[in-house]
Structure formats: structure tokens, C-alpha cells
Design a protein around this ligand. Sequence first.
Ligand code: CTP
Ligand code: CA
Length: 224
Amino acid sequence: RNLLSKRTDLSGKRIIVTAGPTVEPLDPVRFISNHSSGIQGYAVADALAQHGADVRLISGPVSLSPPANVTCIHVRTAEDMKAACLEQLPADAAICVAAVSDWRPDVAYASKMKKSGDGIPPVLKLVENPDILATLSRHDQRPTLVVGFAAETDDLRKHAEQKRLRKGCDWLLANDVTKHRFGGKRNQVLFLTGDETEAWPEMDKPSLAHRLADRVAQFFQARV
Ligand code: CTP
Ligand code: CA
């Protein structure tokens, strides 16, 4: 996109985008995490920036370069991702694309765990991580528009509707992860706003990001 075609309909809007996985340490050399390439979240950040938004990309570890004209804050754990998001408030919108680890080991050992020698493996105890999307949705300084993504394996529409209500977000984009392998270049979602549910066609991730960014821009334009 050249400068002449640059859009400005989201200029002055601060938008938080989370992307990538979180990693939850067990000790200095081990962690648990989720599959996530970060491609979709980075594409969303890029598309919003192309509309002129002030994008704060809060990213877990991925092998991508931050898009141009985006402020990128690198984090590792869910707790750090949550803190980094809250530091960006007040914001106009938050779009949570990150694959946040639902659990973390209850203790992150300072020293490497060693095998016991008797062949008995350790038993991990997990604790639940904070829900960043739900936290933003119910915050005193709630962004005007809060959007989540959901990866489901069955009963897409039902699980997505329940999840949108449970999270308290405005919009939810839900995809069937059995149809689109992790790290793939394409995506297909159900777009739920509460008023309506649209089945978007399969498209590449940048196209999906631009379609979402256009909707975000329309949302803010309808409010003025
Ligand atoms: N999310 C989040 N913080 C978490 C978990 C999820 O912000 N601790 C966000 C994700 O970024 C995504 C949305 O919530 O936008 C849905 O994530 P998902 O894993 O599908 O939802 P969960 O509530 O964790 O439900 P599930 O048990 O199906 O994993
Ligand atoms: Ca989850």
C-alpha cells in the first residue's frame, strides 16, 4: 500500500492487540505453551495501523518482525501479557488474538529440575492463568470495543456464542481448528456480534485482518 492510498479512519484511536502464544516456565530450561505462529495477530495489528490506528501490539514469543507503524511490547507469560495490556489503558479498542496458556506450573523453579534417579517422573501442578480478554471486558476503563478470537474443535456456533457471553466481549471471531492447521496461511471464521452471526468465507490471514479492521473502522465511524 503506498502513501497515497493510506487510510486515516482510525487515526487517534488507541488499539491494543494481543498476539502469539504465552510461555509459562517450569524451570530455567522448560516451559508449557500453546501452538501459535502469531501470523493472524500480527496481520490484525498491521491492518489497523494501515487505517491510522495507534496500535499497541502485546506479543508473546514468535518468529515474526513487528509490522511497520506499530508499537510492539514483547512478553512471555500470561501474567506479563495481562500487565502489559492494562498499562495501555485507557484504549479505544482491544483485540485479543493471543493463544494464552490457560494454565501455568504452580512453581517456576529457579534451578533446573533434575531427574530423581529412581525413574519416577515429577507430577506437575498447574494453576489457572488470568483471563486477559475477560479482564479487559469487565475493566473500569473498558475499551469501547473488545474483540476476541476463539479456536474450537466442535459445535463451533454454540461454543462461540457461549464464549462471547462468558468473556463479556463485544465481538468474537471463532474458527474450527480441525479444518485449519496451526501456522497455516489461511483462516475461516464465524463473526459474532451478538446481533448477528456471519459466516465469513475462507481467506488468507491478511485478508481476514483487513476485513476485521474495516469493521472496526465502521464501528467507530457509526458512533460519531
Ligand atoms: N484469552 C485471554 N486470556 C486467557 C485465555 C484466553 O485473553 N487466559 C483470550 C484469547 O486471546 C482469545 C479468547 O480469549 O481471544 C478465547 O480464547 P480461548 O482459549 O478460545 O477461550 P477460553 O476461555 O480459554 O476457553 P477454552 O477452555 O475453550 O480454551
Ligand atoms: Ca484457552
